[in-house]
Design a protein around this ligand. Structure first.
Ligand code: FAD
Ligand code: PHB
Length: 389
């Protein structure tokens, strides 16, 4: 087999890249190690920046996003018994859209199927070879058979545990990491959301987040310890703990019920540099992870893909590799700013087990400054709605 670009991974970054390249007449094959149903069963991010929405439009997959997505003008932050609104629209003129990653993935898969572009699901043992030559080769197994694709470029869109980053020699790759001493326990429930906007809660018992997927489906998170398991958290205990962390004036709106999904995600910041090795280019979680507090993971995958798709389109249109050469530096400049913002949101809103009295005073001062300063709120707002690219 032969194609122009092999894309490893059919998460949001791989699917979006495939669609943007297809629009420019560039052929791709996507290799995904899991089944389509497995990929669609993962519940992850929920907030899209305007830039991400624009890319999904360009990809021809935004019809349902526009009819079902919820446009939010701001968020609330709860601290010491009161809620403070950060008005994105007033501060930046921009908004965010609440629409689940699962739905984005489904829409992009449907758009890919509609143009007849190939995806190989359950492609096992993907191996990337000859990356430093101008004819990379990708091998994998499908239904027990060995397969091989010759291509011009490989896009490693295969997430944190993928093969893309691991195909870069250790002496070339530099990793930067911070692991946080807690996780997020998430619950999805078919009940109307507690409020019309997201509420981020800094409470002495730990962080909480009230989010949503639609006007009938809510998503809640609680900061939990790293040694806790989903089985330790029957629904009743989850709702009790969430109730304790919410202000009395919103708690009356909380509609509880049987969870339809429950999972624990550890929090980490991670960046691998460079995002290129020969003809392999990394995008999304394959190159970097951010804690979910800033709602940046999926949006950062989208901005990587915007840079990478433009560079590949330029390469095929004009023969110039300048855009591809500039990709790692351009993408990483935006990545590091999102890493900083997500780290700041995490640091400001969670209770750290080892924090001293001084650390807690600093956190309270940070929040009180934020609530009283338009400049500080603008800084939060412009990062949350997404830096330009
Ligand atoms: P992924 O979505 O991870 O997709 C990678 C794909 O590659 C997967 O389908 C995987 O099966 C496939 N793959 C992996 N290895 C191979 C291989 N060797 N061969 C072939 N295919 C392979 N972000 C937020 O903003 N808010 C959240 O609440 C949030 N919650 C999250 C919860 C969890 C548990 C995780 C893991 C992430 C969460 N994120 C969240 C982050 C966000 O979901 C990611 O940033 C986003 O999924 C990145 O998209 P991606 O396409 O780069 O990677
Ligand atoms: C979500 O709805 O899953 C969500 C929203 C905002 C975040 C993280 C997750 O910061």
């Amino acid at each position: 087999m032969r194609t122009q670009v092999v894309i490893v991974g059919s998460g949001p970054s791989g699917l979006l890249l495939g669609q943007l390249l297809a629009m420019a007449g560039i052929e791709t094959i996507i290799l995904e190690q899991k089944s389509k149903d497995y990929v669609l069963g993962r519940i992850r991010a929920g907030v899209l920046e305007e830039g991400t929405v624009g890319l999904i439009e360009q990809a021809g997959a935004a019809a349902r996003l526009h009819s079902e997505g919820l446009v939010h003008d701001g968020i609330e932050i709860a601290f010491e018994g009161s809620r403070h609104r950060i008005d994105f629209k007033a501060l930046t003129g921009r908004t965010v859209t609440v629409y689940g990653q699962t739905e984005v993935t489904r829409d992009l898969m449907d758009a890919r199927a509609a143009i007849g572009a190939p995806t190989v699901y359950e492609a096992l043992d993907v191996d990337l070879l000859e990356l430093e030559s101008d004819r990379p080769v990708v091998r994998y197994r499908k239904d027990g058979e060995a397969c091989e694709i010759a291509c011009d470029y490989v896009a490693g869109c295969d997430g944190f545990h993928g093969i893309g980053r691991r195909s870069i020699p250790e002496d070339v790759l530099r990793a930067y990491e911070r692991v946080y001493p807690f996780g997020w326990l998430g619950v999805l429930v078919d009940q109307p959301p507690i409020s019309h906007e997201l509420i981020y809660v800094n409470h002495r018992r730990g962080f909480a987040l009230c989010s949503m997927r639609s006007m009938t489906r809510s998503r809640y998170y609680l900061q939990c310890r790293l040694d806790e398991h989903v089985e330790d958290w029957p629904d009743e205990k989850f709702w009790e703990e969430l109730t304790r962390r919410l202000d009395p004036d919103v708690v009356g709106n909380l509609r509880t019920g049987a969870s339809i999904e429950k999972s624990i995600a550890p929090l980490r910041s991670f960046v691998a540099e460079p995002m290129r090795f020969g003809r392999l280019f990394l995008a999304g979680d394959a190159a970097h992870i951010v804690p979910p507090t800033g709602a940046k993971g999926l949006n950062l995958a989208a901005s990587d893909v915007a840079y990478l798709s433009r560079a590949l389109i330029e390469r095929y249109a004009s023969g110039s590799g300048a855009g591809l050469d500039a990709y790692p530096e351009k993408a990483l400049a935006r990545v590091w700013k999102a890493v900083r913002f997500s780290w700041w949101m995490t640091q400001t809103l969670h209770r750290f087990p080892e924090s001293s009295g001084f650390d807690q005073k600093m956190q309270a001062a940070e929040l009180e400054y934020l609530f009283s300063s338009k400049a500080a709120q603008t800084a939060l707002a412009e990062n949350y709605v997404g830096l330009p690219y």
